[in-house]
Design a binder for this molecule. Structure first.
Ligand SMILES: [Zn+2]
Length: 319
């Protein structure tokens, strides 16, 4: 499971953006050692109880970033490897930004030395030096993800407003790594034989924080919109932030999807096609860790380490 892949020198310090060089090395390794298949292949094999090819592997991208098209896809095409990109349809249509990326960027570019959010019940945060600012950014994003969506939206707006007094709060050191694919680009991608278009909901809200009515809307309207754009069925779903429960699975299943992916390590089986597990690849993985992970040697230790690194906002790039 990838998110963004950015050109060298463009990378922001967040785990979900990978440098192009690292990505290329990983793709070469996977191409040399695995049999990369499409998600449709997986569905066909598993639903008919057939065995997948030896060392079968699927490559997916969450969030629908433009850099999937501009940076990741050319590397994959060169090797002839299929991949799936999960699109937050309504955000792409409006050329909006995923709220977590908005907040991350505003904090990343801030020149404040502290951020007082005690009046919002969100505490007092250090913003300097850079490592503290990154910790704050990761921790605040995680904190807001746990709030009901309406509360989160109000608090997010208030935080962004407070950071607006920073003249560069919306600027990036280079192209915006969080820019989403446009409708035209999604239409173009749908004609690429190696690309599968999946849904990543409509607005990339944490679905378990929503009312049932809103979960249904996020799932169904996204599928409908994507299918209108690309003129064929959209069969695969990715839970935003990997969060789901029985109700969410129910709506995804009833909405007509055939598979749904999450984050984690389990066996893929016919009964669990709505909980297909994936390994999260991030900028914190060294070449060695990446190889261990895709070879199934990922241990509780690595998973736990990644969890705490993310929690602490620790940035770690060894490659
Ligand atoms: Zn996502």
């Amino acid at each position: 499971m990838y998110h963004g892949v950015v050109k060298e020198g463009e990378q922001l310090d967040c785990w979900w953006l990978l440098g192009e060089g690292v990505f290329r090395r990983q793709v070469e390794y996977v191409n040399d050692n695995f049999c990369v298949v499409s998600l449709d292949d997986v569905y066909r094999h598993i639903s008919s109880n057939k065995t997948l090819p030896k060392n079968a592997c699927v490559i997916t991208f969450d969030d629908g970033y433009k850099n999937y098209l501009t940076t990741a896809l050319p590397v994959l095409k060169k090797k002839g490897l299929p991949s799936t990109v999960y699109i937050p349809s309504h955000l792409c249509e409006n050329q909006d930004t995923i709220w977590t990326d908005k907040l991350f960027t505003a904090l990343y570019n801030s020149r404040r030395i502290s951020l007082d959010l005690t009046d919002l019940g969100l505490g007092f945060w250090k913003m300097s030096p850079k490592l503290e600012r990154m910790r704050t950014a990761h921790a605040l994003v995680d904190l807001l993800k746990k709030r009901p969506v309406e509360v989160k939206s109000t608090q997010l707006d208030m935080i962004l407003k407070r950071l607006e007094d920073q003249p560069e709060w919306q600027s990036y050191p280079g192209p915006n790594p969080f820019e989403l694919l446009s409708v035209k680009e999604i239409e173009y991608l749908s004609k690429e034989p190696l690309v599968t278009i999946g849904s990543h909901s409509a607005n990339h809200e944490v679905l378990t924080n929503l009312s049932e009515e809103k979960i249904e809307y996020e799932v169904r309207s996204s599928k409908r919109m994507l299918e209108e754009w690309i003129g064929r069925p959209v069969n695969h779903f990715s839970y935003p932030d990997g969060k789901y429960n029985g109700k969410v699975v129910g709506y995804v299943r009833q909405g007509g999807f055939k598979t749904a992916v999450r984050i984690g390590l389990t066996i893929v089986s016919r009964k669990r096609l709505f909980e297909v597990p994936r390994l999260a690849v991030g900028s914190w993985d060294s070449d060695h860790e990446f190889k261990s992970m895709v070879n199934g040697l990922v241990s509780v230790k690595v998973e736990t380490r990644n969890f705490f690194r993310r929690l602490n906002g620790e940035i770690h790039q060894e490659c």
